[in-house]
Write a protein that binds this ligand. Structure first.
Ligand code: NAD
Length: 718
């Protein structure tokens, strides 16, 4: 039974029962309609209460139904909401827990609403590239006003019912049970003869609606960063002022349908499911044992160590921060303090909370201080000899069962695990800079990493608010390994005739937060230089990227040195083109005997994207990643890939892998191309031939079985 029905002294109770969150699946919608009809047909029923569980009134549409069309099956949500509003007996929504999206629309269709103060109210549709589609854009402004409705619908933000107490949205907000409040409210209605009140009959009033909407429109467009849904949401809400309710819902329907079919919404929905899928690791279940993590130690208080320490302190976990030298420790602690003070100054954090978090971090120069830690994360210099010394020491001091993790970006985690006598307890936890801000965490499963260690790492990631993606061991793991050929293409295009700003502008036009040169200036050009030098040594025949090397030889490491691919004015982050860089590029083109040509933006974009995709396909076929959608999650959460494109693998599948291959062939015929770089991955060839895309969130050993995969962990590239 999706809806429990009971008649209690003339009040029909319709209790939604579709755990965990009462998603409005087809069965629940049918159940609600049947229960409503039953209550209306029963002469003994005077009023109706709709309610859910403690966790959720209803979290909204069941978005799995979008894919197979069940979403539209009768009763379609808008019709259901209308049926509740049309009821001849008063309907009261008793709201506790999540009341979101379609759930909120159902509540708006009811004649009255009572809620617990901590109920979570939201229209999160924009986050999936949609707008509320069951008349929410027309009813909410009639209750909380134009401005209030716009804020909620455009942002997708969650607020508590308490913050909306006093608006006509809620007839009563209680700290106790919403059911009791509904009972009490029904008694009051009884005294008035059980009147009904329909939101559609109210008007939206605003003294200067047009001027306000105009102002809001420009703000939204500026903030939307290429996303269509927020602007379209405004259009729908605006219809609540300029049109009748009937016309307004037609406008909403039209916009909803257009968005539902848009590539943006498809991409955002893919991203939503991809993130969920990433947390699932074949072989690990809810029953996989986990280790208790109550104390953490971080070794190295540099750029990464400080951020990692804050990530744990922010989640309330005590952290010991270990350093080799007092001045490095002092610098690290000062950086942490400065960050928290800045957050307080900007109003993002309360002063006492900042103090509490700061106090959770204990500095130390003594490895003995890590003896009690359940998880120790190493973030010292990227040097295998130093890592060896650190892991030997950690092996000596760490308690039995402690998890030892390395934040290395490029070194072999299997080798690092081998520095200890407990390789099963070792794995990589690759944070992204700034570690306390960036959501992505690559969890690197080494050959001997034990399942309980991996399972614990995945849940620790969740605890500190990170999106974890499992990677096997290879050079650069998922994200940086894919970035390598991408960066190489960017540099080759400079040799062929593009400028750094043209490359950046082209890919930023595609929607990337930052092009490769601005990104490198931000991260520090010395980091990639260091890696390039290692690659030159490991692969003596490799082509040297002279332009990039010369930029670094001049000490142009990027923003931190005031110049890199661009120059920067003190205290500012604007990237200003620099003739010195142009001169270096010209000289190197001449040395290579290149005739500079003008590269079309489309070529720049496709070369950058398809180099990511081809490497991604290799990563999949080697079993380094579990599923294609994991690569999308990495790029969406860690590399500024535009959300509305759904990630590189999703994007390539949308374009069509056959088309991707044709473009790659064209690029390979360029006399300046590195032929190896456009050699298509076998998986890409196979899927293109079969007319397929990359499987979105199919697990490694998925039922479709189009690819055989090895467990991540084994293979090392190059
Ligand atoms: P960093 O140079 O800023 O900091 C390293 C710190 O380690 C220094 O403060 C140093 O004093 C300390 N240290 C060195 N030897 C030590 C020892 N034996 N015991 C204790 N502390 C010691 O470096 P970083 O940028 O924070 O990088 C740290 C690690 O994180 C590297 O492995 C790097 O590859 C990786 N990483 C860096 C980034 C990034 O963007 N910077 C991103 C992801 C991963």
């Amino acid at each position: 039974m999706t809806v429990n029905y009971k008649n209690e002294s003339g009040i029909a109770w319709l209790t939604m029962n579709n755990p965990p969150l009462n998603a409005l699946s087809h069965a629940l919608r049918q159940g609600l309609l049947a229960a409503l009809d039953r209550a209306l047909a029963d002469p003994k029923v005077r009023a109706i209460v709709v309610t859910g569980s403690e966790r959720a009134f209803s979290s909204g549409a069941d978005i799995r139904e979008f894919a197979d069309g069940t979403f539209y099956a009768d009763p379609f949500l808008p019709a259901l909401v209308e049926a509740f509003e049309a009821a001849s007996k008063p309907v009261i929504a008793a709201i506790g827990g999540a009341c979101m999206g379609g759930g909120l629309e159902l509540a708006l269709g009811c004649h009255y609403r009572v809620a617990r103060g901590d109920a979570k109210i939201a229209f999160p549709e924009v986050k999936l590239g949609l707008i509320p589609g069951a008349q929410g854009t027309q009813r909410l402004p009639r209750l909380v006003g134009l401005e209030g409705a716009l804020n909620l619908i455009v942002s997708g933000a969650t607020v508590t019912a308490a913050t909306l107490a006093g608006t006509p949205l809620f007839d009563s907000v209680t700290n106790d049970s919403p059911a009791d409040a509904a009972r009490e409210f029904a008694r009051k209605l009884g005294k008035q003869g059980y009147p009904v009140r329909r939101v559609r009959d109210l008007a939206v009033t605003h003294p200067q609606a047009e001027a306000f909407l105009q102002f809001a429109r420009s703000g939204i467009n500026a903030a939307a960063r290429g996303l269509a849904a927020p602007g379209r949401a405004l259009e729908a809400v605006a219809a609540s002022v300029s049109q009748s309710f009937t016309d307004g819902i037609a406008t909403e329907r039209k916009i909803f349908s257009e968005l539902m079919a848009s590539s943006e919404s498809q991409a955002l929905r893919h991203a939503f499911f991809a993130e969920r899928a990433a947390s699932k690791v074949p072989g690990l279940t809810d029953k996989t044992p986990q280790r208790k993590i109550e104390r953490v130690a971080v070794v190295g208080a540099g750029t990464m160590g400080g951020g990692i320490a804050m990530s744990f302190a922010n989640a309330g976990l005590p952290v010991t921060l270990l350093e080799a030298r007092q001045e490095a420790l002092d610098r690290g602690i000062a950086g942490i303090r400065k960050f928290y003070e800045g957050a307080v100054a900007k109003g993002k954090l309360k002063a006492d909370e900042a103090r509490r978090r700061g106090e959770l971090i204990t500095p130390s120069l003594d490895y003995g201080a890590a003896a009690k830690a359940d998880l120790i994360i190493e973030a010292v210099f990227e040097d295998i000899e130093i890592k060896k010394a650190v892991f030997r020491e950690l092996d000596r001091v760490a308690k039995r069962g402690a998890i030892l993790a390395s934040n290395t970006s490029t070194l072999d985690v299997d080798v690092i695990a081998g520095f200890t006598k407990r390789p099963g307890d070792v794995l990589g936890l690759h944070f992204f800079s700034p570690a306390n801000v960036m959501r992505l965490l690559e969890v690197v499963r080494a050959k001997k990493t034990r399942p309980d260690v991996l399972a614990t790492a995945m849940s620790v990631a969740r605890r500190i608010g990170k999106t974890a993606v499992v990677s096997g061991v290879c050079d650069g793991f998922i994200g940086n390994r894919m970035l390598d050929p991408y960066a190489q293409q960017a540099l080759l295009m400079l040799e062929e005739g593009a400028s750094p700003q043209q490359v950046d502008r082209a890919i930023e036009g595609f929607g990337f937060a930052m092009g490769p040169f601005r990104m490198s200036d931000l991260a520090g050009n010395d980091i990639s230089w260091h890696i390039r030098k290692r690659h030159y040594a490991e692969h003596p025949k490799m082509r040297h990227m002279r332009i990039a090397d010369r930029i670094c030889e001049l000490g142009r490491f990027g923003q931190k040195t005031g110049m890199g691919w661009y120059r920067y004015e003190a205290g500012k982050r604007d990237a200003i083109p620099d003739p010195v860089v142009d001169a270096i590029i010209d000289e190197e083109r001449e040395a290579l005997g290149m005739n500079a040509r003008r590269l079309p933006d489309a070529e720049i974009v496709d070369r950058l994207l398809y180099s990511l995709v081809n490497e991604g396909a290799k990563i999949l076929e080697e079993g380094i990643a579990l599923r294609a959608s994991d690569l999308d999650v990495v790029y969406l959460t860690g590399y500024g890939f535009p959300l509305q494109r759904g990630g590189p693998m999703f994007h390539a599948s949308q374009v069509g892998l056959g088309q991707v291959l044709r473009r790659m062939k064209q690029f390979a015929s360029n006399p300046h191309a590195e032929p190896a770089s456009w050699k298509p991955a076998k998986l890409l060839l196979r899927l293109a031939t079969a007319g397929r895309g990359f499987d979105d969130s199919a697990p490694a050993a998925g039922p479709r079985g189009t690819r055989t995969r090895k467990r991540p962990g084994g293979k090392r590239r190059g």
